[in-house]
Design a protein. Structure first.
Length: 119
């Protein structure tokens, strides 16, 4: 196992996450800028607060909870058909984003709606 670094998920950091779902053999990954949503942190961001590289998190969510937990970054995960969904997340990297990435993420978060998590 690779030793953890001191990089932690904090506001305006770029977070790279790998994920696996029980019942599928299709791992996926996503990245996002932590803390850019206009309505505050999503529940997922709160769960990832101060997690470091290599830290893991297990989520068990109903279909109805997916949007609530992922919020404006929900569009980054693939369509999930099982209910409940058991997801294993791992923080792969945390790094400083480019300023353009932060601005783009803020614009995307501000333009997302409450109905589906993004347009």
């Amino acid at each position: 196992m690779k030793p953890k670094t001191s990089a932690k998920t904090l506001h305006m950091k770029k977070v790279f996450v790998s994920a696996e779902m029980d019942g599928t053999d299709q791992p996926f990954s996503f990245e996002f800028i932590y803390g850019v949503a206009p309505h505050g942190l999503t529940p997922l961001e709160m769960m990832l607060a101060d997690k470091g590289e290599g830290d893991e998190l297990k989520l068990e969510l109903s279909q109805a909870q997916i949007h609530e937990v992922f919020g404006h970054i929900g569009f980054l995960i693939p369509t999930i058909r099982q209910d409940p969904v058991i997801m294993h997340l791992k923080v792969e990297r945390v790094e400083e984003p480019d300023q353009r990435e932060v601005i783009k993420a803020m614009a995307e978060a501000a333009s997302s709606c409450d109905c589906c998590g993004g347009h």
